[in-house]
Design a protein around this ligand. Structure first.
Ligand code: NAD
Ligand code: DAU
Length: 363
């Protein structure tokens, strides 16, 4: 088994799962443009999480692109796509990804994140049958490690301690990926990444929700005391990490990915409002008055912080933007793409926010 596949050795199709979502779409747009010689196949069920304008953009702007609508929970459908395209590399991103939804509706998280990953692993194991020139890369989260106090960082050897149905389902999928490596010698790599932000993110997540609501002069709901800490990474920096690890990472290894940008939710929100005000000319004080403290998320993890030394020293990866620059770019993208914003709104995110307000007793 080779230690790595170099991109020049990569000739077969790249199968991306969840390519219609936030990270998947940014990944496809970045990598397919850089590698016109490769075919990129997007296997996606197009769940609620996919904004229709993103699907249109992918089909319109990527020539070397094939779309396969399939649910990874459907074993036969997954097997059919894998056998039809015979990928050399799989980048597995498809998942239910929103912690709040996992608290209210956990079943689908187990089905997609655990059984869906299992279906993909078995299909790849059977197709590849010991071929060393292939790779299965699993995209996972730092949330598998649980919650930190004021000190310390997650490393690759931090014991797993997931605390939400979402993170428990992602932890299970990580274990399955490792088990397939140990048991069937499937050539796998895993990345565990911190919070991403950037273009095309579903407005159920903190930063796009705040951008949408600030622009619509709606309340900016901050859970609890707003002092929970996240480490923020611009989405294309994550894409680069995925690509580097998938092609050059050591088989069977996990790599943590983080932005060296720890902030409390209140601090990241303030930086975001600075960027909104700067870009739109909106009164900064007026935006701040929209902040509304609401009921906390049950089991809300207090702090995530990533030590990405392994990725930096082995593969030379680095985050390329400061948080402030990344937020400016992000705000600029949403303001410059009203068609995408309208598509997201028509896709029903307001209904979800409304539902949460009722369910969680927010005002
Ligand atoms: P997203 O919710 O924006 O997109 C998820 C994608 O998966 C969508 O295209 C959706 O249609 C697809 N999908 C969901 N269920 C499916 C199913 N049963 N069959 C086929 N496709 C299905 O999520 P995202 O934020 O882009 O996250 C992508 C991956 O990265 C996930 O695995 C997530 O756990 C991981 N991750 C996300 C972050 C983050 O900050 N967003 C950080 C670390 C890791
Ligand atoms: O750490 C990586 C994870 O980051 C990914 O694995 C997940 O897929 C991704 O959704 C994200 O999870 P979080 O729960 O950290 O992201 P979210 O945007 O939902 O929330 C970020 C923080 O903001 C969290 O502390 C909860 C808080 N929050 C969130 C929302 C939606 C609010 O205060 N108000 C809100 O309305």
């Amino acid at each position: 088994m080779p230690a790595s596949i170099l991109s020049s050795d990569l000739t077969g199709p790249v199968l991306v799962t969840g390519g219609g979502g936030f990270i998947g779409s940014n990944l496809l747009l970045t990598l397919a443009a850089r590698h016109p010689e490769l075919t990129f196949v997007n296997l996606d069920a197009l769940t609620y999480a996919v904004v229709p304008a993103t699907v249109d953009e992918l089909a319109r702007s990527i020539p070397n692109y094939v779309f396969e609508r399939a649910d990874i929970v459907d074993e036969a459908a997954v097997r059919a796509v894998v056998e039809r395209h015979r990928p050399q590399l799989v980048l597995h991103l498809a998942a239910e990804s929103h912690v709040d939804r996992s608290i209210l509706e956990p079943r689908r998280f187990l089905e997609t994140n655990v059984m869906g990953t299992f279906n993909l692993l078995t299909a790849c194991r059977d197709l590849w049958a010991g071929d060393p020139g292939v790779r299965f890369h699993h995209v996972s989260t730092d949330e598998v490690y649980g919650s930190l106090g004021d000190e310390g960082y997650f490393t690759e050897t931090t014991p797993y301690s997931p605390r939400s149905p979402y993170s428990a389902s992602k932890a299970s999928s990580d274990h399955l990926v490792r088990a397939f490596h140990e048991t069937y010698a499937l050539p796998v790599t895993i990345t565990n990444c911190s919070n991403n932000y950037g273009p095309r993110q579903h407005p159920e997540k903190l930063l796009p929700l705040m951008i949408h609501n600030a622009m619509a002069r709606k309340p900016l709901p901050v859970y609890g005391d707003g002092l929970n800490v996240r480490d923020w990474l611009y989405v294309t920096d994550h894409v680069e990490a995925i690509w580097q690890v998938a092609l050059r990472g050591r088989v069977g290894e996990t790599y943590n990915v983080g932005g060296d940008a720890e902030r409390t939710n209140l601090d990241v929100l303030k930086a975001l409002l600075d960027a909104v005000s700067e870009r739109t000319g909106d009164d900064r004080e007026e935006l701040e008055r929209l902040v509304a403290f609401v009921k906390d998320r049950p089991g809300h993890d207090r702090r995530y912080a990533i030590d990405a030394t392994k990725l930096k020293t082995e593969l030379g990866w680095r985050p390329t933007r400061s948080l402030e620059d990344g937020l400016r770019e992000t705000v600029d993208w949403y303001v410059s793409n009203p068609g995408w914003v309208a598509s997201a709104r028509e896709n029903g995110y307001d209904a979800w926010v409304q539902k949460q307000y009722v369910t969680e007793g927010r005002s």
